[in-house]
Design a protein around this ligand. Sequence first.
Ligand SMILES: Nc1nc2c(ncn2[C@@H]2O[C@H](COP(=O)(O)OP(=O)(O)O)[C@@H](O)[C@H]2O)c(=O)[nH]1
Ligand SMILES: [Mg+2]
Length: 199
Amino acid sequence: MPPHQPVGSAEFIGAIGRPGQPLPGRFPQIAIAGRSNVGKSTLLNKLVGRKSLARTSKRPGRTQEINFFKIDDRFLLVDLPGYGFAQAPKTVRERWGPLIESYLSGTKELLGIVLLVDARHGLTPDDERMIDYLARTGIPTLFALTKIDKLNRSGQRRAAEKIRDALGIDDDQILPTSARTGEGVGSLWESLLELLETS
Ligand SMILES: Nc1nc2c(ncn2[C@@H]2O[C@H](COP(=O)(O)OP(=O)(O)O)[C@@H](O)[C@H]2O)c(=O)[nH]1
Ligand SMILES: [Mg+2]
């Protein structure tokens, strides 16, 4: 595993819950997207080496706002509310689309998205809708498999191949990760830095 870039500072700087609400700061930013419970907040915490900067939960559908974290006074990591949680209250599900769309289409500082997919479950119809939407907006998208600690090596390989084939992407566009063991987190960090440097 490549060495994990040390993060000097990481702080929560604000959240938005309604479409069009002003962002807490106009910094270059990278957003983490994926269905509810896929491991977005946990991976964000692992990336910055902080246990509970972003709130994580065993119960899906808890984060309903877009949360902004400033990293090293340089860029923002953005924790997006998850999608595809059927049991979420109807008002929450109805609010999700307009909030996300207004953020994704209206933020010119947004450099890219990391779309997380649970290694055990693969792509859901909601993931496919999100991927289509991102492709239409042209926002650079990186794919990461989460929770690979729950699969053995061959299971991990199969999961990566399946997504790669479904999306027609290259091997290096899909990063297997585990926030539990830290595997792949260094590589993901390197990809984020690359995105920051080339933008
Ligand atoms: N085994 C394992 N569990 C994980 C991993 N990442 C997250 N989880 C668990 O998955 C659940 C949902 O995580 P969370 O980060 O809140 O998901 P979010 O809704 O996408 O933000 C929590 O119970 C986490 O502990 C991982 O890499 N491995
Ligand atoms: Mg979360």
